[in-house]
Design a protein around this ligand. Structure first.
Ligand code: CA
Length: 415
């Protein structure tokens, strides 16, 4: 498929909407009158799937989460998409479907699926090189294993929140003013990470191939892996990130499915070192998705502080998922895989303040005045992304969060 597929929902035919009929992303919404339920975005509207006649077993939509559909497998995913395309393109269905459309402007969006487990990777060579230089120096920037293995760590499903959720500045243990004694303080180097999240639809047991891994993926979201750099620098050796990454991970509210992204598939870059056979891709498994990061201080307009593209990654989500199963690790419906920070080759395409400001040493200017080294209380950080073709865009909606001040420390944690 290429080019806009027209809908009788007029707002879906706008070249600027994130949600043309080609997209049909999956979310969970509520209104003052409707309890949380599954829906798909179409233009400025949401189609209520618990109410409309889509021909699928309604029990798949009994819970306010897409997990049952995700577990039902690719044939059900394809059948639902085909039916919704027909319902929303053929004006013959307009009278029957219109009562089940809800304006997005009046709806609240919730986490679109129950997150089973969360794993985060480290798959942009530019990011790994930049951060490695800051943490370990240019000589040891890229670890020797990095060109052969999609490095990751097991995160916390409980930390994943939907776009629009406030994020409390974390307290944490960090390097103190003297060499021997650490300090326990609100993070002063609180940061974002621009990432994509891949969502596992079909579960697995045992090792799967890269192709099988790609087939298991239901769709993608934008993902912001909030990171406390001062906590991270103190705690990360030898086992990697822990509390620095556990405050919150924000995802965009709409799952953009693989069929919507199919025209935008692209190759991972040439390999600096040949991959072991199990990680070689049988075809293009990365996507050309234009990304941007905007920062708005409290009460002020936003500045776009970074522009990047998912196509900059060295490893695809399918390679990461394949590697994740290489030990025999079982994967579940609802597993979320963070791509790792997406940084491109230029300074303006870096996906974290740590890199954009060279570790805080070169603050970036904001269009509304002032500068930022790291995030301040009241700052709102927004990720946006879309795969763009002539006349239409497959958008993800915003992935946004506002930083709130650290809570008061309880007495038992004070001196
Ligand atoms: Ca991350």
């Amino acid at each position: 498929m290429s080019g806009l597929v027209r809908s009788w929902v007029e707002s879906a035919n706008s070249p600027t909407t994130d949600f043309p009929l080609n997209n049909l992303p999956c979310g969970v919404f509520s209104t003052p009158d409707l309890t949380p339920r599954c829906g798909v975005a179409i233009g400025a509207m949401i189609l209520d799937l618990g109410a409309v006649d889509h021909g699928l077993d309604q029990s798949l939509f009994a819970a306010p989460a897409w997990n049952a559909v995700m577990a039902a497998g690719p044939q059900v995913w394809a059948a639902l998409r085909a039916r919704l395309m027909a319902l929303l393109s053929d004006p013959a269905h307009q009278a029957a479907v219109t009562p089940h459309l809800v304006a997005q402007a009046g709806a609240r969006l919730h986490l679109p699926f129950v997150v089973a487990e969360f794993t985060d990777f480290y798959a942009s060579k530019h990011h790994a090189t930049n951060v490695g230089t800051l943490f370990r120096g240019a000589q040891n920037a890229l670890p020797h294993n990095w060109l052969s293995i999609p490095i990751g760590y097991n995160g916390r499903a409980s930390s994943v929140v939907v776009s629009g959720t406030d994020v409390l500045r974390p307290w944490g243990q960090m390097k103190g003013p003297d060499h021997d004694m650490p300090a326990f303080l609100p993070s002063r180097r609180f940061d974002f990470e621009l990432e994509m999240g891949a969502i596992v639809g079909m579960p697995s047991t045992g090792m799967v191939s890269v192709q099988q891994a790609d087939d298991m993926i239901f769709g993608y979201v934008l993902l912001n892996d909030w990171s406390a750099r001062d906590i991270q620098a103190w705690e990360y050796q030898p086992l990697g990130p822990f509390q620095a990454k556990a405050t919150a991970t924000t995802i965009s509210p709409w799952i953009v499915t693989k069929p919507a992204l199919e025209p935008f598939r692209t190759q991972t870059p040439p390999r600096d070192r040949p991959l072991l056979p199990y990680l070689r891709e049988p075809g293009p498994m990365l996507y050309d998705i234009v990304l941007e990061v905007a920062l708005a201080p409290e009460g002020a307009g936003e500045t776009v502080i970074a522009r990047s593209n998912y196509a900059h990654m060295y490893y695809s989500a399918a390679q990461q998922l394949c590697h994740h199963t290489s030990s025999g690790c079982a994967m579940r419906t609802g597993d979320l895989l963070g791509s790792g920070t997406i940084s491109g080759p230029t300074k303006g395409s870096r996906g974290a303040l740590l890199e954009l400001t060279s570790g805080g040493k070169e603050p970036i200017p904001l269009a509304t005045g002032g500068t930022r080294s790291f995030l301040q209380d009241g700052d709102t950080l927004t990720l946006r992304g879309a795969a763009i073709d002539a006349g239409y865009r497959i958008g993800f909606g915003a992935c946004t969060g506002t930083i709130r001040p650290a809570v008061d420390l309880p007495d038992w944690a004070k001196d």
